[in-house]
Every structure is written in C-alpha cells, then in structure tokens.
Design a binder for this molecule. Structure first.
Ligand SMILES: Cc1ncc(COP(=O)(O)O)c(C=O)c1O
Length: 363
C-alpha cells in the first residue's frame, strides 16, 4: 500500500498521461513567493565550484541566517541553527531522532501531509487534533493541551500559519502549547514555512528562550527556489546538535548554500514579496466571492476556495491549463487550495473559474 504523503502538485507521469507540458501550465498548487527568486541568486550560483564538496556545516549560510534574524537586542548564535535539504529533511530528522516506536506524536490537523508521513516511518502512534472544519478552521487549544497531558507525545507539530487553512495562531495559543510541552517533556515544533507572507506577524523568535520549542522555516518558499531545496530550524543548542548527528554530510548542496546566502543579502525582498501577496490575494478573493464561491480568511500566501466537488474542479481547471490543489487528501473534499501568484495570473484563474461555473450551469 502506498502511504507516501500527498503533495497535490502535478507530477511528470500525470503530465505525460494527459499530453501536457509543465511550461504550458499555470501552477497554483505550490505556494511560494510570487515575485521569483531574488536577482543576485543566479550570479551567486555561477560562482560555485561544481567540483568541490559543499560545506557540510553550512557555515556561511548559518552566519547569513543569524545576521538576517539577529537584532541589536537579540543575538542569534550559529549553534542554534540547523540547515536542511528543504525543511522536509528537518521533519524527517526530527521524527527519526525524537519518536520511538512505542511513542506518540500530536499533529494539529488538517495540515501538511509530510508530518504524518514522517511520523509513520518512525512507527509512532499519531494523535490528530482536528480543527473546527465547519467553522473557522481554528483548533481548541485547551483540548490540545489536555491531549499533551494525558498522552505525553514526544513531538507536537503545528504549522503556523497552517497549510491548507491559512489559520494563524497567536502568541498566547503557542505559549499554551509550549507550556504543556515543557511540563510533559515534549518538543513543540512550529512549522513557519509560510510565515514570511503574513501581514503583521508577531515575533515568534522570542519563543526561542524556551528549550522545548523548535521553529522550522523554508527558504525554498520564501525566495521562490523550490528546485534548490533549502530550509532551516532554530532550536536550543542541544536539539540542533542532536539532529545534526543524524544528518548526512553534504545533504545541502553547494548551489543551494550559495543561493541562500545571496537571497538573505537582498534585504528588501521579503517585504516586496509580502506586498505582492497581499494585493493579489485581496484581488483574487474578492473576484471569487463575487462568483458566489466561499473563500475563508487566510493569513498565508494561499487561499482555500469552497467549490463543492474539488476533484471535478481540479480536472476542469487543468483542462484550461491551470493546476490547483484538490484538498480531498486533507479531508476537505469541497475545497481547492490556490497559492497566490502575480495578479495577471490570478486574473486568468478568475476568468477560468467563471467558465467552470458557466459550464456546470449549462450541464
Ligand atoms: C507547511 C509546509 N512545510 C514544509 C514544506 C516543505 O518545504 P521545503 O520545500 O522547505 O521542504 C511544505 C511544502 O509544501 C509545506 O506546505
């Protein structure tokens, strides 16, 4: 039985079967910065000596991450940073190191499928705390802390803002989870893959005073370089060094390391990306609501759209050259998720949605 996590993008075998080419499609299924990689990244990668092994310790990149995140009031030391081959590698290291076969992990669902996939490989029991799926998609944090008390999971993973719902937990909610994690010896992992696109986010780095917390971030999404695979974790020195023991040397290749340093030097980039997300997201949400489609509020760079029959809508949009995420595998078969792309692309999606609705009415 295939138990691999579903990512919902279009894979080469599906493209071939449909006689399509990736370059002819508009891909809304991935949620990445809509403004493309920072300008300097290509030049930086050209300077890489392809015949040399990459730095297994990612020294320059960890220095650049610390410069990027440190402030005059708060210095982030390098031994609190672990770089991974995408944040996905970090989740797999975490479950391998922290989960035992007779242990448990608590996931706040519906959420990114890779957590479940990685926990399954560790053989642990998986406890799911489901959000309110008929309302605002938020979780009952009191119920989560009770579960932590009674089940004492070794790992708790929460995505903030959450994929696919766009729900953003406030500081108090995370502190409540962290308090329960501390009392029962769990590690609370907060996946912040989409945090850079939240308007007016609160400063989660302050939580790093707590040894029971790890923050995980994705540079592939922040800087639109998914092909390179790059993410990092911030945690206590002890947690970082424990995970590092299990990470193969050179898992972060030399091109990704150089591209990462260069991207972090582009100081205005993330604000520009966030602004582009904000205006395109407002535009698209309004257009879709005007068509009578439900669009729950999202703090992230993607939105859910309540279409009724998600697989049918995915196929209908695909026949018009548009790829969206069918949310059936999240347990949300009435929804599709679309990552925010530049406004011109969002206009094409809105026009395609009109055609899908008209075709359904004509049926
Ligand atoms: C919530 C979340 N975390 C992590 C990832 C993976 O990111 P990366 O490319 O850094 O491995 C994804 C990818 O879709 C995601 O949705």
């Amino acid at each position: 039985m295939n138990r691999r996590p579903v990512h919902g993008n279009i894979n080469p075998s599906e493209l071939r079967a449909l006689g399509l080419r990736r370059e002819d499609l508009l891909d809304f299924s991935a949620s990445i910065s809509p403004i493309g990689p920072p300008e300097g990244v290509w030049d930086a990668m050209r300077s890489v000596d392809l015949s040399a092994y990459p730095d297994p310790e990612c020294l320059e990149l960890r220095e650049a991450i610390c410069r990027h995140l440190s402030t005059p009031e708060r210095d982030l030391p390098m031994d609190r940073v672990l770089v991974g081959n995408g944040s996905t590698e970090i989740f797999h290291l975490l479950t391998r190191v922290y989960l035992s076969a007779d242990g448990a992990a608590l996931l706040l669902t519906p959420t990114y499928g890779e957590y479940d996939g990685a926990c399954r490989l560790a053989g642990a029991e998986i406890l799911n705390l489901e959000a309110n799926l008929t309302g605002d998609f938020r979780w009952d944090i009191g119920a989560a802390t009770n579960l932590i008390k009674t089940k004492k999971p070794e790992l708790i993973i929460v995505c903030n803002p959450n994929n696919p719902t766009g729900v953003y937990l406030d500081r108090q909610e995370l502190e409540d989870l962290a308090g329960a994690a501390r009392d029962f010896g769990s590690l609370l992992v907060v996946d912040e893959a989409y945090l850079s696109f939240v308007e007016n986010s609160w400063d989660s780095l302050e939580l790093l005073d707590r040894p029971e917390i790890m923050l995980v971030r994705s540079m592939t999404k922040d800087y639109a370089q998914t092909a390179l695979r790059l993410g990092y974790a911030l945690a206590s020195k002890e947690v970082v060094s424990r995970l590092r023991q299990y990470q193969p040397d050179w898992s972060v290749n030399g091109l990704a390391q150089k591209a990462g340093v260069s991207a972090l030097e582009d100081v205005g980039y993330l604000a520009k990306a966030r602004k582009a997300v904000f205006s395109a997201k407002s535009y698209l949400s309004e257009e879709l609501k005007a068509l009578g489609l439900g669009v729950p509020p999202s703090e992230a760079n993607f939105i859910l759209i309540k279409v009724g029959d998600a697989p049918k809508w995915r196929s209908a949009l695909l026949s018009k050259g548009i790829v969206v995420r069918d949310c059936t595998s999240f347990g949300l078969p009435e929804y599709i998720r679309v990552g925010i792309r530049p406004i011109a692309d969002c206009q094409k999606l809105a026009a395609a949605a009109v055609e899908v609705i008209q075709a359904a009415l004509a049926d």
